[in-house]
Design a protein around this ligand. Structure first.
Ligand code: PDD
Length: 276
């Protein structure tokens, strides 16, 4: 397969990154993960719009338009005959002598590659487990930044505990997952943290809120507490790769009857309709 480096399609072995690339040294860059179903990008436009928004928030001017980038990614997908999978892409501020302040001159470095990844059917059917962890990240979680250590430490702890996801909280208020958004359903109403600086406004999250309207599930974009999480009828997480993933146990506590909930399953069905 080929990878994309700036505007060149090359083989992975041919690619090289400068040791003073600011993405490599500082995590000074932004990224996206886009889902591909049946050879087509799902919500590609929303992902690329968010990439441009993230770039703007870190004062990184991209040397291409959204249309140009879309065309390149399309080409990459076709070249690699990607059917069901993901496109990962990132842009860094490029290479410059190491200093914290932004360099006067640097050329952003774009890299993108594709990967075959099936839908996570098994987990979606049986549900997964989650831990709860302190959200120790910075206050600009709305930016899809390459700086992910706070997320990684939480995910690592979850995995070491045999859990699939870490649900993060700030002083007892649930924000999101280490690599997903988190939703609860209580008394036939869905709750999820509002799209503030404390969470990434997931594209899957946005699709889900639309689907709520379709299936007649009322929702509130209001923060909820860890206590409310434990008392929920249903809990699920959502992301580009995990889709709508039921969480059937949080720490040692089963959610509801310990099986994926009815509203969660309805949302999964509606989501499947949306991606076809
Ligand atoms: N993660 N919140 C965080 C912290 C995330 O990292 C992600 C996605 C989401 C969900 O966003 P979306 O629905 O747009 O994928 C929420 C990606 C998949 C990743 O880093 O691999």
């Amino acid at each position: 397969g080929k990878i994309l480096v700036n505007d060149q399609f090359i083989s992975r072995e041919e690619g090289s990154i400068d040791i003073e690339d600011r993405g490599y040294q500082f995590g000074d860059g932004v990224y996206e993960v886009i889902r591909v179903y049946g050879g087509k990008m799902f919500t590609g436009k929303e992902h690329l719009t968010r990439l441009f928004e993230s770039s703007k928030k870190i004062l990184l001017e991209l040397p291409f338009t959204q249309e140009e980038l879309t065309a390149k990614l399309q080409e990459l997908m076709e070249m690699n005959k990607l059917h069901t999978g993901t496109i990962y892409l990132q842009v860094t501020r490029g290479a410059a002598p190491r200093q914290h302040q932004f360099p006067g001159q640097s050329k952003p470095v774009l890299t993108a590659y594709t990967k075959e990844v099936g839908r996570p059917e098994e987990g979606m059917n049986k549900g997964m487990t989650a831990t709860v962890a302190d959200d120790v990240r910075w206050l600009r979680c709305d930016i899809k930044s390459l700086n992910l250590l706070g997320n990684l430490l939480a995910k690592q702890e979850a995995m070491a505990n045999g859990s699939f996801e870490a649900i993060l909280h700030r002083d007892g208020t649930v924000t999101e997952g280490s690599s997903s958004n988190v939703f609860i359903i209580k008394d036939n109403q869905l709750h999820t943290h509002p799209a503030t600086n404390l969470i990434l406004n997931g594209i899957t999250r946005r699709v889900i809120l639309q689907l709520c309207n379709e299936i007649g599930l009322t929702y509130k974009e209001e923060a909820f507490s860890v206590e409310e999480l434990y008392a929920a009828d249903e809990v699920f997480m959502a992301s580009t790769t995990a889709e709508i993933m039921p969480l059937v146990q949080v720490r040692d506590v089963p959610v509801g009857d310990g099986k994926p909930g009815e509203w969660t399953k309805k949302l999964q069905v509606a989501f499947k309709g949306a991606i076809q």
